[in-house]
Structures are given as C-alpha cells and as structure tokens.
Write a protein that binds this ligand. Structure first.
Ligand code: HEM
Length: 399
C-alpha cells in the first residue's frame, strides 16, 4: 500500500467485519496525521490517531458548518457550493448558532430523565421479543428487534406518531444508508422535512406531553423546530439500531465474551462501552479549519477539510491496550464513538439505556441464540454509509 492514503477504502477486509479497513490502520501506524487528496482535487488531511482526533473535536478553530463541507471523501463533485444548514439543524453549525438549539434540549436528555424511561424501554423490548419468539425459531434481528425498539422510543419521546413511520422511516434509512443516488437522497430528505413541517404545525395547535410540544413554548420558529426534529429523529433512529444488531453479531462471534456477559449481568455497563469503542458505528467525522492550525507537527491551512477516523482512533494502541480485542471487562474507557466537544452526542444517555436494557433481554430470552447463516454471508452496510452496521442479521435459536 502507498502511504499516505490516496483514496478512502470503500470496503473492509473479508472476514473482518468489525475491524477498520486495513489501509486506515496502516496509515495510523505510519502517522496519526497524513495528507489526504480528496477526489475533488482539494488537499486535505486524514487524522487516524486518538489524541489528535480528540483534540480537533474539542477545538473551536475547526468548524462543523455545513456550507464549509465542500469536499466529499470518496466522490468527485468538484469544488461545489453548499448552502448553510437549514435553521435548527444544529449538528452542522458552530457557536453561537449551535447553542441556540442545543441549550433548550440538554435538560430533556439528562441521565436522570433517560433513566426514567427504562421501564418503557423494557416494555417495548419485551413486546418485540414476544413477537420474535412467537414467529420463531428464527428471525432477522434487524427488523424484528434492533430497528423498531429505538425507533419507537425516540418517536414517543419526541411526540412523533410511530404509526406515521411510512412517511419517514425508509426515507431516513435512505439518507443515512449510503446506497442511493443523490437525487433519491434529496427526495428522501425533502419528504422527511415536509412530514416534520406538518407535524410541528400540528403540535403548536395541539401540544401534547412530549419534547416537540414542549419546544413550541419558546421563541423557536416552526422552521427551526422542524430542523431540530429532523436531527433528533434521524440521529435517534439509526445509530442505536446499528449498535444493537452489529453488537449482537460481535458478541455471537466472541463466544467467551458472550458467556461472560451471560454469567455476570453486572458487566452490561462496561460491555456496552466496549461495544461502542470496538464497533465505532459512526466511523468518521469531518471538520474544516477556520484558521491556520499547528497540529501533530503539520500546519493545517485555513479552509482545509479534515477527516477524523473515529474507528482507527478507537483502536489506537497508544490509547487502548490490545485495541483490536473485544474485552467487555476493559477499564480504559474514553472512546470517541459519541464524539467529543460541543457536538458530543446529545442522545448518548438514551442510547445507553436502550442498549443496557435490550442486549440482556435478548440474551436472556434466547439462551441458544446463534447466527442462522455463516458469518461471512451477513450483509454489511457499505463503508460509505454514515453509520456502519449490518443490513440484516439472520438468527435462530432452539425452540
Ligand atoms: C449508539 C448510538 C449513538 C451514537 C454512536 C451516536 C453518535 C453521535 C456522535 C458521534 C455525534 C457527534 C457528531 C459530530 O461531532 O459531528 C452525535 C451527535 C448527536 N446525537 Fe448521537 N449517537 C447515538 C445515539 C443518539 C440518540 C439515541 C439520539 C437521540 C436524541 C442522538 C442525538 C444526537 C444529536 C441531537 C446530536 C447533535 C449534537 C450537537 O450537534 O450538539 N444520538 N451522536
């Protein structure tokens, strides 16, 4: 392999569905920061080491503004004009705009508030396990379990009727799945925006007991609320779902870890953190330097795009002992899977509650759970998807 990397890898090594592409690991072994020639011709940087990735995420000299994200890591669109993020889509904004939207939400996603949801998450999980058991002894874990549980929970929390999912679920999958044309992607995004625009108007007219209705009692406009709802719904839908499916796959492929978790249920908290680190479902971040920055012995010029490889950072041997080993008893926490800095995941406590409930419930219900196909036949999401995971996970058990 040539170092530095001249093209982002688009696939993983056969037989290694949980490991970052080997080209990225080799790049980090060469240097935690290397030049990256974007397909558009833009000369950017690729950061693969933990310390540098973490410091960029915390550094206000690196922007998340959508209008600055003009270079795609794998596709040559040329040097395109990108409009700023629509009002409310705060993931793609810097301060002070970002805080206007994040602040009113922080109190609604605290550890305490999310723990209060535990009972409801247990209920939703049990209902899905009942249905799986009844229809079994085999299932696609993605559609029967991993997808619907977080989807129902985020919908109830926000006040988005789950019965309306025909109008948003497939469309969200399209814009996060990395496998549709640009036209389809825009159409899917527009359809979700349209649905949420109607919903915000309805909430303002008839507020109910949920996050979106609460937010109508503020100076936020309908357009802003719609943008916030879109970020919350799409962030809450796909991320935990992929963790549940890919995490189960990883546990089934590591039987001694699975046995340890079954034997010692109190290991669930470190196990969830370790699965987050090991799987890094949000594989990469993108930022743009607002001024010249000295970093890792290099100068990142103002206006330059930087890709931060979360999955190699989470496997950095300078930060984690035996980084490629899944070890649910691991003590060295601090993974970057929920990000770091001002954009650090707002829904992380919710995701934790969901995973801490759903994994043990699944393992308890089906003590003989196993893959129903050879591991190398499990369909993986492409490396180009925003969120990594499996497309389906055929499983079976002894009835
Ligand atoms: C395992 C599941 C999840 C993972 C791995 C994850 C990961 C992330 C990461 C890495 C970021 C920061 C992105 C960046 O810095 O550019 C982020 C932001 C965000 N996440 Fe999550 N997330 C998860 C679940 C959720 C859930 C359930 C919600 C539901 C509300 C959520 C809501 C958000 C929001 C609103 C932001 C934007 C925060 C901001 O810009 O201030 N996430 N998430």
């Amino acid at each position: 392999m040539e170092i530095p990397l001249t093209k982002m890898p688009t696939a993983r090594q056969p037989g290694c569905p949980f490991d970052p592409p080997k080209e990225l690991i080799q790049t980090r072994e060469h240097s935690p920061i290397t030049p990256y020639p974007f397909p558009s011709g833009h000369q950017g940087w690729l950061i693969t080491g933990y310390d540098l990735a973490r410091s960029v995420l915390a550094d206000p000299r690196f922007s998340s503004r959508k209008e600055l994200m003009r270079h795609h890591p794998t596709i040559d669109y040329g040097d395109i004009e990108v409009p700023p993020a629509p009002p409310g889509e705060f993931l793609l904004m810097d301060e002070p705009q970002h805080s206007r939207y994040r602040k009113p939400l922080v109190g609604k996603f605290t550890v305490r508030r999310m723990r209060l949801l535990t009972e409801r998450v247990e209920q939703v999980t049990a209902e899905h396990l009942d249905a799986m058991e009844k229809a079994g002894p085999s299932a696609d874990l993605v559609t029967a379990f991993a997808k619907p549980i977080p989807a129902i929970v985020i919908c109830e929390l926000l006040g988005v009727p789950y019965e309306d999912r025909g109008r948003f679920q497939d469309n969200i999958d399209k814009f996060l799945g990395g496998e549709v044309s640009d036209e389809e992607l825009i159409a899917a995004y527009t359809a979700v925006q349209q649905y949420l625009a109607e919903l915000v108007v309805a909430k303002r007219a008839n507020p109910t007991d949920d996050v979106l209705s609460d937010l109508t009692d503020s100076d936020l406009t309908d357009e802003e609320l719609q943008g916030m709802a879109l970020i919350l719904l799409s962030a809450g839908f796909d991320t935990t779902a992929n963790m549940l499916a890919l995490g189960t796959f990883a546990l089934l492929q590591n039987p001694e870890q699975l046995a340890a978790l079954r034997a010692e249920p109190t290991l669930i908290e470190p196990a969830v953190e370790e699965l987050l680190r090991y799987l890094s479902v949000l594989r990469a971040f993108q930022r743009v330097a607002l001024e010249d920055v000295e970093l890792g012995g290099q100068t990142i010029k103002a206006g330059t795009t930087v890709i931060l490889s979360g999955n190699t950072a989470n496997r950095d041997p300078e930060r984690f002992t035996d980084p490629h080993v899944l070890d649910i008893r691991r003590q060295d926490g601090g993974h970057l899977t929920f990000g770091h800095g001002i954009h650090q995941c707002l829904g992380q406590q919710l995701a934790r509650v969901e995973m801490r409930v759903a994994f043990p419930a699944l393992l308890n219900r089906f003590p003989t759970l196993r893959l129903a196909v050879p591991a190398d036949e499990v369909a993986l999401r492409p490396e180009t998807a925003d969120i990594y995971g499996v497309k389906s996970l055929p499983v079976t058990w002894d009835a």
